[in-house]
Design a protein around this ligand. Structure first.
Ligand code: FES
Length: 106
């Protein structure tokens, strides 16, 4: 769900883009975060805790807690609450700490 109107704020929505979440195409708007696009599509389970593998969702929404880390375009540990969508972006749930060797390969 996206807010369409607000009593004191004006929304200036960017053009439509398409992102892929776990192989499924989702509509998003340029300028919004990946977290906003996923929440609008009803996706609330973003990652799992490292030790007990419990589901994690959006918590701080300002890039401070690491609760929303996902794999974006193959890159693990991306905080999607502060990452803006880009047309063609791929996003996937992250299990545990992700592939930490990804950064050495780059
Ligand atoms: S929700 Fe806390 S870093 Fe993204």
């Amino acid at each position: 769900m996206r807010l369409e109107e607000h009593p004191i704020l004006n929304f200036c929505r960017g053009p439509e883009v398409t992102i892929t979440f776990n192989g499924q195409s989702l509509l998003a708007y340029e300028g919004e975060t990946v977290a906003a696009a996923l929440h609008a599509a009803g996706v609330y389970h973003l990652s799992d805790s490292h030790n007990l593998h419990r589901p994690r969702g959006l918590f701080c929404a300002i890039g401070q807690c690491s609760s929303c880390m996902m794999v974006v375009d193959g890159r693990p540990n991306v905080k999607i609450c502060i990452t803006k969508v880009r047309d063609g972006m791929t996003v996937a749930n992250q299990k545990g700490k992700g592939d930490l060797g990804w950064y050495e390969k780059k």
